[in-house]
Design a protein around this ligand. Structure first.
Ligand code: ITT
Length: 188
């Protein structure tokens, strides 16, 4: 038997990254873009916990959704929950400029991934520690071209989807979800 889950997102890149990991198991995923407003909070866990309840109310099938953010240490965790807005306004070049004279380039990507069905509601956290590069490198989406994960020398933008998943906040969160889901529903 194949399990089917609906991923609530408007972001095609998230779908691609999540799908490649789930497709190794008997878990099918379809993407649905719902117009549900997100609450304002400094905690992405809180944002996604509220969102997944509303999404489940609408879809009434097993759902997942995730909220991600980039947290730069020297900027006191900025842009954090405002990452999407900062990407649209400052972009990669703006962040590189902001960091021009800053030596400590440590940053983290964090992903809070929520799952809900008729029995369970869970949130899984994935973190990718790393640094902001000195220049834009590679392609990818969002802040991929300026983020170098700790164990690598390439930016996310210079990796393919599978490589990125090995290091990324999203890859880690989805792997925790898969581990829990397979155990809970006894899936191969
Ligand atoms: P949803 O419909 O799923 O909300 P979104 O693009 O609005 O899609 P978020 O609210 O989670 O997603 O915004 C996170 C922003 O953080 C996103 O717009 C990117 O700029 C950035 N981001 C998150 N994960 C990233 C990744 O893996 N690589 C590059 N940038 C990422």
């Amino acid at each position: 038997m194949k399990f089917s889950i609906v991923l609530i997102t408007g972001n095609e890149n998230k779908y691609r990254e999540i799908k490649i990991l789930l497709s190794k198991f008997k878990i099918e995923i379809e993407k649905l873009d719902l117009d549900i407003p997100e609450i304002q909070s400094n905690e992405i866990e809180e944002i996604i916990s509220d969102f997944i309840k509303k999404a489940y109310e609408e879809v009434r099938k097993p759902v997942i959704a995730e909220d991600s953010g980039l947290f730069i240490r020297k900027l006191n965790g900025f842009p954090g929950p405002y990452t999407s807005y900062v990407y649209k306004t400052l972009g990669n070049e703006g962040v590189i400029k902001l960091m021009r004279d800053i030596e400590d380039r440590y940053a983290e990507f964090k992903c809070a991934l929520a799952y809900k069905d008729d029995k369970y509601e869970k949130v899984f956290i994935g973190i990718s520690k790393g640094k902001i590069s000195n220049e834009i490198r590679g392609k990818g989406w969002g802040f991929d071209p300026i983020f170098i994960p700790e164990e690598a020398s390439l930016t996310f933008g210079e990796m393919n989807v599978e490589e990125k998943n090995n290091y990324s906040h999203r890859g880690r969160a989805i792997n925790l979800f898969i581990e829990w889901f397979r155990k809970t529903y006894m899936i191969d």
